[in-house]
Design a protein around this ligand. Structure first.
Ligand code: MN
Length: 130
């Protein structure tokens, strides 16, 4: 079964690049360009892993991560921050908000896919077979 990744990123070039890389690596990709749309798509598609930009219109990545973590079926779904915020304080805040891991921009194609390998077999709990 293909892993479904939800990509929430407002920068068109980054979204196209990440989508291309993910699809090339065998993921099914759904995407959004702002926080509220990303949350709606998450609830609809039940992605296996979520790639979440921090700086987003309407609702930032921290708020999206918090909202997901308070939704029971998303309590354990991997949420990976993709951000150019490289300072350690931001990293701590990301983990406090429920992020699982952190990938820094600019996106390096091989490193991007390699850093997602640990989550490749992740399955949204609502989709696991009994
Ligand atoms: Mn952004």
């Amino acid at each position: 079964m293909r892993c479904t990744a939800l990509l929430i990123e407002d920068n068109d070039q980054n979204r196209y690049l990440a989508t291309f890389l993910l699809e090339h690596a065998g993921y099914t990709v759904v995407s959004a360009a702002d926080g509220p749309s990303g949350l709606a798509i998450a609830l609809k598609h039940l992605p296996d892993v979520i790639l979440l930009d921090i700086q987003l219109p309407l609702m930032d990545g921290y708020a999206v991560a918090r909202a997901l973590r308070t939704t029971p079926s998303f309590a354990s779904v991997p949420i990976i921050a993709i951000t150019s915020y490289a300072m350690s304080g931001d990293r701590e805040k990301a983990f406090e908000c429920g992020f699982t891991a952190y990938i820094e921009k600019p996106i390096d194609p091989q490193a991007f896919i390699d850093q997602l390998l640990p989550y490749r077999a992740a399955r949204h709990p609502a989709k696991e077979s009994p």
